[in-house]
Design a protein around this ligand. Structure first.
Ligand code: 13P
Length: 248
């Protein structure tokens, strides 16, 4: 991981944009966003749209692709799931792990997230570890403790230098409510401290996620310690995500 990774723009499409819509998105996005000399642009479409993404992005190696989730086992009788190895075979270079929607809706706790990160690394897929506190945790003064627990669980098991990190306060996801640049800088400082406590890799990018949009990208990227963004809703339209990727 190096300066070349910054700024790091990531699009989490969640359960939006099937294969046909993905092809159309990429066709338009290629026109709007020429390759840049530095930084990264990574997309997380639904797993079923990864192949369509790759076909549509042919000739544009700067537009990278990943999956939003994998199963914690390498293979087995797990109806409906895909493994890290399959994701790699399908061309996924990146994967999200520990997204708050997975933690809340599917019970992805720290142990499961750690297992998924381990499988991803074994398969040669680069995880983006997502962490963040709920509103209740924040209001109870538990920000520090929650981030330390979520990061510590994973970094006790894997090399801190292998990961990219995303701080996504749960109360800012899909709510239109964005962390202030000061809040983001403070939380990124805690994430950085935990990374360094587990092996001290100072250059690992830390992304901010939660209601990022063209109107707030500049101030968020300018916040100390914010190396990029992980964007949900505002990444679903090529124009809006291209405007975000033009920043920094
Ligand atoms: P929104 O940008 O829609 O708030 O979603 C953020 C997110 O969860 C990205 O992973």
């Amino acid at each position: 991981m190096s300066e070349i990774d910054k700024p790091f723009f990531a699009a989490n499409w969640k359960m939006h944009l099937g294969p046909a819509e993905t092809s159309e998105f990429v066709r338009r996005f290629r026109e709007l966003h020429p390759p840049r000399e530095r930084g990264r642009v990574v997309f997380f479409p639904p797993t079923l749209s990864v192949a369509a993404f790759r076909t549509a992005a042919e000739g544009r190696p700067d537009l990278e692709v990943g999956v939003q989730d994998v199963h914690q086992d390498a293979a087995g009788a797990h109806t409906g799931s895909v493994s890290a190895v399959m994701a790699a075979q399908a061309g996924a270079v990146w994967a999200l792990a520990g997204h708050s929607e997975r933690r809340r809706e599917f019970g992805d706790g720290d142990g499961l997230v750690t297992a998924k990160v381990s499988r991803l690394l074994e398969a040669g897929v680069r995880p983006i570890l997502c962490v963040g506190e709920t509103l209740e945790e924040r209001e109870n003064g538990r920000l520090d403790e929650v981030l330390a627990r979520q990061i510590g669980a994973v970094l006790d098991a894997v090399d801190a230098a292998e990961l990219v990190y995303a701080y996504e306060p749960v109360w800012a996801i899909g709510t239109g409510r964005t962390a202030s640049p000061d809040d983001a800088a403070n939380a990124h400082g805690i994430v950085r401290r935990e990374i360094e406590a587990h092996g001290g890799f100072a250059a690992a990018p830390i992304l901010y996620g939660g209601s990022v949009k063209p109107a707030n990208i500049e101030e968020l990227l300018a916040a100390p310690g914010v190396d990029g963004v992980l964007v949900g809703g505002a990444s679903l339209e090529p124009d809006s995500f291209a405007a975000i990727c033009a920043a920094g």
